[in-house]
Design a binder for this molecule. Structure first.
Ligand code: MN
Length: 244
C-alpha cells in the first residue's frame, strides 16, 4: 500500500510566558488527519530549510495567522495594518517558490491566500474595512464554525467541482484581501462586495487552491468544507504515485 502523503503545515510563532513558541492552530492538522494525510508543522525557518522541507513533503498547506508585511510586496504600512512577522513571510515565500519549482500541490487558507499571492508577485489590500466602500463585514463576531456571508463560486472552476455549488456560505475572519492577483493565479470566488475569496493556479501541472475563509474551522460540521482537505490530500497522494 502506498504510504500516506505528508502535509507540511506552515506554523507561526508567539510568546508564551516570555518564551517564543512555534505553533499551528490544531484544527489544521485535525482536518488533514481526517482526510487521510500525515500532518507535520513547519516552523519559521530559512530559505535553505524551506527547500529541504519541500523535498520532504507531498503537499504544502499555508495556514492562517498574522497580516502579511507590506514590505513583502513593496508597499508601505496602512495605519490599520495588524501584527506582522516578516520572517514568517520570508519562510512562506521561500516555500511557495520551492513548491512552484517542484510542482508540489498547495492549499492555502486565510493568511495563506495572502502569502501565496505575495510570493507569486501579487499585492494585498491591507484593511478592507477602511479601504473598500460598501463592503460587508468580513470579521465575524459569531462562532468560527459557522458561516457569516455568501460567496459566488465561478461555474466550472475546480473549487466549484469540489464544493458542488456556485453559491457557498463561508465564515470570515480577515481584514486583508488580494488586491492585484498574481499572474499564475485566477479568481474563482468573490464575496457579494467583490472581495476575492478564492483563487486557483492557472498552470495545468501545478495544483494550487487558496481560500480566504477558514474551512478547517467549519469542516467537522460541514461536509463540503472537509472535502477541500480530502481532495487536497488525494491530490498529494497522486503526486506521490507519479514521483515513485
Ligand atoms: Mn470574507
Amino acid at each position: 500500500m502506498a504510504r500516506k502523503p505528508i502535509i507540511g503545515i506552515t506554523g507561526s510563532q508567539k510568546d508564551v510566558n516570555g518564551i517564543d513558541h512555534s505553533f499551528v492552530h490544531s484544527k489544521y492538522p485535525e482536518a488533514v488527519l481526517r482526510a487521510g494525510g500525515i500532518p507535520i508543522i513547519l516552523p519559521i525557518g530559512t530559505d535553505e530549510a524551506a527547500e529541504a522541507w519541500v523535498n520532504m513533503i507531498d503537499g504544502l498547506l499555508l495556514s492562517g495567522g498574522e497580516d502579511v508585511d507590506p514590505q513583502s510586496y513593496g508597499a508601505n504600512p496602512h495605519p490599520e495594518l495588524g501584527k506582522t512577522i516578516l520572517e514568517r513571510d520570508e519562510t512562506e515565500i521561500a516555500l511557495v517558490k520551492a513548491a512552484e519549482k517542484e510542482r508540489l500541490p498547495i492549499f492555502a487558507i486565510c493568511r495563506g491566500i495572502a502569502s501565496l499571492n505575495t510570493a507569486l508577485g501579487g499585492t494585498l489590500t491591507q484593511d478592507i474595512h477602511s479601504q473598500l466602500d460598501d463592503g460587508i463585514k468580513h470579521h465575524q463576531d459569531g462562532s468560527r464554525i459557522n458561516a457569516s456571508h455568501d460567496c459566488e463560486v465561478e461555474e466550472g472552476s475546480r473549487l466549484h467541482r469540489i464544493l458542488g455549488d456556485t453559491r457557498v456560505s463561508i465564515n470570515s475572519m480577515h481584514h486583508q484581501a488580494i488586491a492585484h492577483v498574481a499572474d499564475n493565479l485566477k479568481v474563482v470566488a468573490r464575496a457579494p462586495d467583490g472581495v476575492i475569496e478564492a483563487v486557483e493556479g492557472t498552470e495545468a501541472d501545478w495544483s494550487v487552491l487558496a481560500v480566504q475563509w477558514h474551512p478547517e474551522e467549519m469542516a467537522v460540521k460541514y461536509e463540503n468544507m472537509q472535502r477541500l482537505f480530502d481532495v487536497f490530500v488525494e491530490e498529494c497522494t497522486e503526486e506521490e504515485a507519479v514521483q515513485s
